[in-house]
Write a protein that binds this ligand. Sequence first.
Ligand code: 5RP
Length: 222
Amino acid sequence: MKQAVAKAAIAHIPAGCIVGVGTGSTANFFIEELGHIKQRIGGAVASSEASAQRLKHLGIPVLDLNSVDELPVYVDGADEITRNLAMIKGGGGALTREKIVAAVARKFVCITDQSKLVDMLGRFPLPLEVLPMARAQVAREITRLGGQPLLRQGFTTDNGNIILDVHHLQIPDPVAFESMLNQIVGVVTNGLFARRGADVLLLGTADGVMTLTAGRHDTKVS
Ligand code: 5RP
């Protein structure tokens, strides 16, 4: 299913454009697919060092986001996604760069298998990228909000920070919760992608790839 949605995402890449590329096992399938059409794109902006390495290995030029005027499309996976296309991301720890690239992109195409589709976000532990000196303070704040923060052991982000994974959350209003988490001093980024959710979801199912579009209820299976 991950491979099928990665293949389907290629139809969303305009000829000659710079492509925003996400991180994770589904994004890795997409990188493989990009390798097949590398003559047709201008290059890529990567959301992690790991994805940048994979892209370079396939001979795809990797550009600095600051040198790019526009990014027509960003393709990435998710850990959970609702039918409104709000997501939890950051299972791979790349949430900050993912959120930055997604903010620049005109269109966010999310590629997942059907196990990631949920009615309410929160069963997957919500990652927070946190400055190391703020770890205990952020953990106290999160506990006050009813979450259980656990330090991701032995993990440092590409930006030199730590990850707290917050368990036991139910998030009925992801836009409001994302904004609230943004106010906690020491949190670099939270893994809610709701204020800027996906525009299109390519969902891998046993019956084929289903397309869900933000704000619309029509779906198509191909
Ligand atoms: C990495 C991410 C990934 O998109 C998310 O963890 C999904 O990964 P996978 O495709 O391996 O299931 O947010 O930070």
